[in-house]
Design a protein around this ligand. Structure first.
Ligand code: MRU
Length: 343
């Protein structure tokens, strides 16, 4: 797979996901505001990928700070962090990664500024590398839950594109496939932004993992016909009680899975688990532009001009609909998360 995000020649290079699958284009962000813009406009998206990109944005912004004392430097970096944190509200990985960069900076108070700047780049690289390592561990744990011959429904894109590499939900799929299990993936198209159609289908096809694209409204009927044995999705934020915020439409899949007695798994690293948010109703849900609903992938309008539109980008699946949460530390019941992840 092509790298989603990387530090390249002093810039943050992003695979522009708003152009996929028709165009493979890279975007070189040379200042942190370009990084913030890319996050805001979904050029990079998916909770872990947003976190890694924000960390690199902090490092990039820090390189350009001209302060001569630590305090002035730290103040400028705090402003950069605030701007990056204001890009999207739901995926907690964004805030997690920015906090980690701030913590790194605080620990370097006595070091010369050029060394601090270098260390911030290195920290963002470490966040990227750890993300891939966690995804592979998650894949291994999750693959044990997948049996050969199964058809797996996924929603949105929780693959290499949504992370630094390998993927969360699709990491489980990849690991099962690499272990020789004969599986088939159903990718829900994921209205309104079509991450399933544009990204998941494309990503799996690149890896030659069998995939069939369906519209979101087909899931129930296919479950009733016995054509789906497993559901695996990613997450944007998991509350302390195990409630999961993920792409809009995830809740509907979870309700359908429960009604048809089909296991429903969520795959996510610890950077997605937010112990400071007690339950799903406290998770901020991003409301996006109505134009995403009234037009498909930037095409002509499919609705009457001026129609009232709702466009919440995420929903919350309550813990009682989730069979288990697959993490890099193992597979846990949602109700056991709090005792396994303290921060
Ligand atoms: O709006 P997006 O495309 O950033 O939303 C992404 C999702 O909802 C993913 O399913 C989620 O981040 C899990 S990614 C590993």
């Amino acid at each position: 797979m092509l790298p989603t995000v990387e530090w390249k020649n002093g810039a943050v290079r992003l695979l522009d996901q708003s152009r996929l699958p028709e165009h493979i284009e890279f975007l070189d962000c040379r200042d942190y505001r370009a990084v913030a813009d890319a996050i805001r406009h979904l050029k990079v998206r998916g909770a872990p990928a947003i976190g890694v990109t924000a960390a690199m944005g902090v490092a990039l912004g820090a390189q350009a700070v001209t302060a001569t004392t630590y305090d002035e430097f730290a103040k400028a970096v705090a402003g950069i962090c605030d701007e990056l944190a204001a890009t999207r509200p739901t995926a907690v990985n964004l805030f997690w990664a920015i906090e980690r960069m701030k913590k790194k900076l605080a620990g370097l108070r006595t070091k010369p500024l050029p060394e601090i700047k270098r260390a911030l780049v290195e920290e963002s690289q470490r966040i990227l590398e750890e993300d891939i390592t966690m995804n592979k561990a998650m894949g291994k744990h999750g693959a044990a839950l997948v049996q050969s011959g199964q058809t797996i429904l996924t929603h949105c894109n929780a693959g290499a594109l949504a992370t630094a590499g390998y993927g969360t939900a699709l990491g489980v799929v990849r690991a099962a496939w690499e272990a020789g299990k004969k599986i088939h993936v159903l990718a829900g198209e994921t209205r309104p932004v079509l991450q399933g159609a544009r990204l998941t289908a494309w990503e799996l096809m690149q890896d030659k993992i069998p995939v069939t694209l369906i519209t979101d409204s087909m899931a129930g009927s296919l479950m009733k016909q016995g054509k789906i044995q497993l559901c695996i999705v990613g997450a944007d934020r998991i509350a302390a009680n195990g409630d999961v915020a993920n792409k809009i439409g995830t809740y509907s899949v979870a309700v359908l899975a429960k009604a048809h007695n089909i296991p429903f798994y969520v795959a996510a690293p610890h950077s997605t688990i937010d112990m400071a948010t007690p339950s799903g109703d406290k998770i901020p849900i991003e409301q996006r532009n109505p134009s995403e609903v009234t037009a498909l992938h930037g095409g002509p309008s499919i609705a009457p001009a001026g129609v009232d539109v709702l466009n919440p980008a995420f929903d919350v699946t309550p813990a009682n609909l989730i069979t288990a949460i697959i993490t890099e530390r193992g597979v846990f019941k949602p109700s056991d998360l709090a005792s396994r992840f303290t921060s």
